[in-house]
Design a protein. Structure first.
Length: 348
């Protein structure tokens, strides 16, 4: 057996804990040829009941993409919703809470080597332009003083060769993608003056199981094309506090809170994003994320909670995918968050 695998190269120089875990519990399985499995029906928009899945587009290395969600162009947020978001962040900052945004890159951008050029050209999709639009969205926020983790940059620099950022046939990031995103968020937080004031704790992260990955896109393809897609095998991780017994007697609220979507909290198939974040920061993280909550769901719920009112954290890590932007639906999601914050600050 090979030696332990270092999962967070470069973090030690930033004063962050470095995760060392044992190798994956099983060898990588050969991936199916999706160009052979995607049938004519899957290329017909009228065959889809859920437009969020359409169209299923084959990639290499067993990947499936969605034309309407994954293969989309992005750009800076609309002015009105962006102003609302800036007001939310400013109000939290005035109360002593910093906000760090974690926005995963679009799937074809993050796993660009899996995009088949001919398939992209047939749909008039320009991955270079898509990456530029994604970068413009985040850079525009940074120019207004918003803290945004550089997830894509860290993935490009530190994700091992052949390791996909996303699950091959699902919308969510892989365990490796979750780890990279956590490291990017930790790097941003460590650059803040408040980082030195965070309560410290030791954590251990280990593989807990190897099993079938989520296959939302693969399952849809099976129904459309009457084919069988072998499930991707994924290594799942668990992070535990090294001195758990001492933790039983520590009633202090975590100083870092994670709000987000199913990328951050997902039942048995959870990618351990919050665990990797705890490991990288060496501090406890309250995971207040909600599966299916979109941009606003878990953030609004957390702001309404007694936990926030009684013990506001020093940092909120706010994760949302780029298609769950605060300016969708004419900015309704961010207005919901701002309303929840106003009521919380007013003591309602």
């Amino acid at each position: 057996m090979t030696g332990p695998r270092r999962l967070c190269p470069g973090l030690a120089t930033l004063g962050l804990a470095c995760l060392v875990a044992t190798p994956a519990l099983s060898a990588a399985e050969p991936q199916p040829d999706m160009t052979e499995l995607v049938c004519a029906k899957a290329r017909d928009l009228s065959a889809y009941r859920s437009k969020s899945l359409a169209l299923l587009v084959p990639g290499s290395d067993g990947f499936l993409f969605r034309s309407r969600i994954d293969m989309r162009d992005y750009g800076p947020l609309k002015s009105g919703p962006k102003k609302e978001l800036l007001k939310v962040i400013a109000a939290l900052r005035e109360r002593g809470t910093e906000v760090v945004l974690v926005v995963p890159p679009p799937r074809p951008v993050a796993d660009r080597s899996r995009l088949i050029e001919a398939e992209a050209e047939a749909l008039d999709y320009d991955v270079v332009a898509a990456e530029a639009g994604y970068a413009a969205m985040l850079d525009d926020l940074r120019s207004d003083g918003v803290l945004v983790a550089d997830v894509l940059g860290r993935a490009r620099a530190h994700l091992g060769a052949g390791e996909p950022f996303y699950l091959r046939r699902d919308i969510h990031w892989s365990s490796d993608g979750a780890r990279i995103a956590a490291e990017a968020a930790a790097e941003t937080i460590t650059g803040l003056p408040l980082a030195a004031t965070l309560d410290r704790a030791a954590f251990t992260t280990e593989p807990r199981d190897v099993g079938d990955a989520d296959e939302k896109l693969g399952e849809a393809l099976e129904k459309l094309c009457d084919v069988k897609v072998p499930p991707e095998q994924e290594t799942f991780y668990r992070t535990t506090e090294a001195d758990a017994e001492a933790g039983l007697f520590d009633e202090r609220a975590p100083q870092v809170v994670l709000v987000g979507t199913s990328f951050s909290h997902r039942g048995d198939d959870d990618p351990n994003f919050s665990g990797f974040l705890q490991q990288a920061l060496s501090t406890r993280v309250l995971n207040a994320s909600e599966e299916g909550g979109g941009f606003e769901g878990s953030m609004a719920a957390y702001l309404r909670s007694d936990t926030f009112r009684d013990a506001p954290p020093k940092v909120i890590v706010w994760e949302f995918p780029p298609y769950e932007r605060p300016d969708v639906d004419d900015g309704k999601p961010v207005r919901i968050v701002r309303s929840a914050l106003k009521k919380a600050l007013a003591g309602d």
